[in-house]
Design a protein around this ligand. Structure first.
Ligand SMILES: [Zn+2]
Length: 461
């Protein structure tokens, strides 16, 4: 018995219909941030959220930016101070003909695997955002107060590059200060397996052009004596990895840590279906670094990927040409404390030291990089949340890595000095960003209950 928490959980169960009605209202607003035609809809979604936070008793306001507004709210006093982040904007819906219903006319669909909420934004991120708001509502309805102080921070430009985010955070550092940031915009490692993100990979982008002869040449006149940039770039690209799949760029693995044994043990039992993951894309085995499991390759190892290579004649038929230029696009996923600037320097030196006489290389100077975000899982709030999640989902919650990159967690650290805890209830098959997006009703319901439990547990941690 937890006399403080149990009535909150019961209220969440009995109020589920009204809770769903509120989510449906929010889902009906087509807040597509990247499309100027939907500017008024983004404003409408922000205003809807301000009113909803006010209905909780929070002080809430809409904050103008040069782009779409931020929603800011605060409620409670005492207990740990949590900053909750979510986004109210959604991805465009095209191609519309691949949807089997109107993306902004949400409804509940019965499936063999259970009921799902259908509509754009159901999973990313309106449904996830509302799990937290509704957990707060149930606490307040039951006890008139929350066990923690909460600052709400909702963005409307996440799906369009967040141009206003950093300036807003820098101008509002005081109002956004808290003890810990919470982010609900991630998925579970497998259906029904509650997951707390332990790290997100960073990113480095680069691109180069290798130039040989000053113009395209006739392969009859110059074939033989001419330097062929496609041949040379192939050799350089092939030298980026050894035959064990390890990146050969100098000091590339500086800052990469091995995953601790207890976390590896958790990953083994986390329900990740390796065969499905591979066979779903036509692979029979992992092709990454030898000696690391598929999950380690995806979550905790860095990569250097060739995303594009081109040059020479690519039209129909043949053309007996020796091209003047060859091109290559590269991105690296970074982990641990790998430094994107140092890696860029060593990557460029790797290429330049392999250039033959008469070849030149030029680099795209406009591409950026960001380090990985490693969560501070040693904080007591993480273990408290892990136990709360385990109780709700009736199985051990895991600290899971994530292969992708979510820049907001890094900004909370660098701008606000805040650790972030990422907990999300999406499933990998929610089709976020694609036609026919859905969110499991059970995920939504248990997501609300999970946050209610986490608030209780964190307030005692
Ligand atoms: Zn999202």
């Amino acid at each position: 018995m937890n006399t403080r928490l149990d009535p909150v959980l019961s209220r969440i169960d009995s109020d589920l219909d009204a809770t769903l009605d509120r989510l449906m209202d929010l889902l009906r607003i087509p807040s597509i941030s990247t499309d100027p035609a939907h500017k008024a809809d983004c404003l409408k979604a922000a205003e809807w959220l301000v009113e909803d936070l006010k209905s909780l008793g929070a002080e809430a306001e809409l904050c103008e930016t040069p782009g779409h507004p931020m929603v800011y709210g605060k409620i409670g006093s005492g207990g740990p101070h949590l900053l909750f982040y979510g986004h109210y904007d959604v991805q465009p819906v095209d191609p519309l003909d691949l949807w089997d219903h109107d993306p902004f006319a949400p409804f509940i669909e019965e499936r063999e695997t259970g009921k799902v909420i259908r509509g754009r934004g159901a999973s990313d991120d309106k449904g996830q955002l509302m799990t937290f708001v509704e957990a707060c509502r149930a606490w307040i309805a039951e006890h008139g107060t929350l066990p923690c102080t909460i600052t709400f921070f909702f963005e409307g430009e996440e799906e369009s590059g967040s141009p206003s985010l950093i300036p807003f955070m820098e101008a509002n550092k005081d109002r956004l200060s808290a003890d810990l940031a919470l982010i609900c915009d991630t998925s579970m490692v497998a259906p029904g397996v509650p997951s707390i993100c332990s790290q997100l990979r960073g990113m480095l982008k680069d691109e180069f052009t290798l130039t040989g002869p000053v113009m395209d040449l006739h392969s009859g006149h110059y074939g033989g004596p001419a330097l062929n940039p496609l041949r040379e770039i192939s050799k350089i690209v092939a030298s980026f990895h050894d035959d064990q799949g390890r990146v050969t760029v100098k000091d590339f693995y500086e800052g990469v840590q091995e995953v601790p044994a207890d976390i590896l043990e958790q990953w083994k039992g986390c329900g990740f279906d390796e065969e499905e993951y591979l066979s779903g894309v036509g692979m029979t085995e992992s092709h990454g670094e030898a000696g690391y499991s598929t999950l380690e390759q995806q979550w905790s190892r860095p990569t250097l990927e060739i995303n594009g290579m081109w040059g020479g004649y690519q039209g129909p038929g043949t053309k007996t040409v020796i091209p003047s230029e060859a091109h290559c696009k590269i991105t690296c996923r970074l982990v641990g404390t790998q430094d994107p600037d140092a890696i860029r320097e060593n990557l460029r030196a790797h290429v330049e030291s392999r250039l033959p006489v008469d070849a030149k290389v030029t680099w795209n100077q406009d591409l950026d990089g960001s380090p990985a975000a490693v969560m501070n899982t040693a904080r007591p709030e993480f273990e408290a949340a892990r136990q709360a999640l385990s109780a709700e989902w009736d199985r051990e919650a895991v600290f899971a890595g994530m292969g992708g990159s979510i820049p907001i967690a890094g900004f909370f650290t660098t701008i606000l000095g805040l650790d972030s805890m990422l907990v999300g209830y999406a499933d990998d098959d929610d089709r976020i960003h694609s036609p026919n997006e859905k969110y499991g009703l059970k995920n939504f319901h248990k997501g609300i209950r999970s946050w209610a439990r986490i608030l209780d547990a964190v307030s005692k941690a």
